[in-house]
Ligand binder design. Structure first.
Ligand code: FAD
Length: 321
């Protein structure tokens, strides 16, 4: 199963004491315009509403803050993880050692072009979809209902059966693992189904150039409304979840496999397989990461035992266990 990636400048792993973390937090605070918190519960920053504390949690105010934070983490020997809206993450109950850098809601500037947009990595997809309707540009409809940021979407190649974000990428500005600003072409992301090589390259996207098609505003809006309705009829979008837990195998949807195997409604404490969509595992209120992991393992083994299908994780498991 996917155990998570570090999206940051490379740093040797050094165990930090509580005192060192507090001192580092105080020092980082003096270097940034943005916020630094010590021991921030990650449950506040994930759509699962699950996850223990991050040693240091940073919300950079701008690109300069981001670059300073990444360099600081490297120099101090802190591991570092950049996140967007935490909508594809299951953070362990033990939390995350090192620095978590949350881009949203900053670094979210958007410049609309006649046939595309330059978009900051912290911009929410929902905002982009809404604005694209207003300016009459088509393409982003494939991301309707995905509660992530552009950065998270570019890392996971987020999308639906109507297309993926990778289809729209012309290029991007990234902070490379060595802390240098670089321009990436679309090819460098090596996009495939729910995968890019951003994580393995440890680069952080700052902004991207997307190509979109000029279209009648009413047509784009109608398509967005249609897709939104379709989703809300089939998926538990109001529940605390991270969307689809497993990737769809080639021949059949993961949700169908689990539904036919009778997974709906199965629970481990407050973690439950949604009764609306079997590939959505939901937190009913007080689910721990341990309970959610146990439910994930149960669902995985069920698919294997009933149909011989080895479901692959779509969500990312991160943090100390
Ligand atoms: C109700 C619901 C429905 C969903 N439906 C869909 C769907 O239809 N299709 C789909 O694909 N997904 C879906 N998801 C999953 C999730 O929303 C997407 O994967 C989304 O793109 C993640 O974006 P994020 O900003 O939340 O990223 P996060 O979850 O915060 O991070 C995901 C990954 O991206 C990396 N990352 C984030 N920002 C950057 C950056 N700037 N540079 C480099 N790496 C970065 C992180 O390190 C992490 O590895 C759904 C989730 C929910 C809760």
């Amino acid at each position: 199963m996917n155990t998570g990636q570090q999206t940051c400048i490379a740093a040797p792993l050094v165990v930090q004491s509580r005192r060192q973390i507090e001192l580092a937090g105080a020092e980082l605070t003096t270097l940034l315009r943005g916020r630094v918190r010590v021991g921030e519960p990650m449950a506040r920053h994930t759509t699962f509403r699950i996850g223990g504390a991050a040693d240091l949690f940073v919300q950079p105010h701008d690109e300069e803050d981001l670059a300073t934070t990444l360099r600081f983490a490297r120099d101090k020997g802190f591991p570092c993880k950049v996140i967007g809206n935490g909508s594809n993450l299951l953070v362990s109950d033990g939390g995350i050692r090192g620095v978590v850098v949350r881009l949203a809601p900053r670094l979210a500037d958007v410049e609309w072009l006649e046939d595309g947009a330059h978009v900051g990595a912290g911009a929410r997809l929902a905002t982009l979809v809404k604005q694209a309707c207003e300016v009459g540009l088509s393409g982003l409809e494939s991301t309707v209902g995905i509660p992530g940021t552009l950065g998270g979407a570019l890392a996971t190649n987020a999308g639906t059966d109507t297309g993926s974000i990778g289809d729209l990428v012309v290029g991007a500005t990234v902070l490379d693992h060595d802390g240098e600003l670089r321009q990436w072409t679309a090819e460098q992301f090596a996009y495939r189904y729910r995968h890019s090589n951003l994580g393995s390259s440890r680069a952080t996207v700052i902004r991207a150039h997307l190509k979109l098609e000029p279209a009648a505003k009413d047509d784009v809006l109608a398509k967005v409304d249609r897709l939104r309705q379709k989703r809300s009829g089939r998926q538990p979008l109001r529940a605390w979840s991270a969307g689809s837990v497993f990737k769809n195998p080639r021949a059949v949807a993961a949700g169908k496999v689990l539904d036919r195997a009778g997974a709906k409604g199965h629970r481990v404490d407050d973690a439950e397989v949604s009764r609306k969509h079997a590939n959505f595992l939901i937190n009913r209120g007080h689910a721990t990461a341990a309970a959610m992991r146990e439910l994930i393992a149960w669902a995985h083994d069920l698919g294997l035992a009933r149909y011989g299908i080895d479901l692959e994780l779509e969500i990312e498991l991160i943090g100390e266990r």
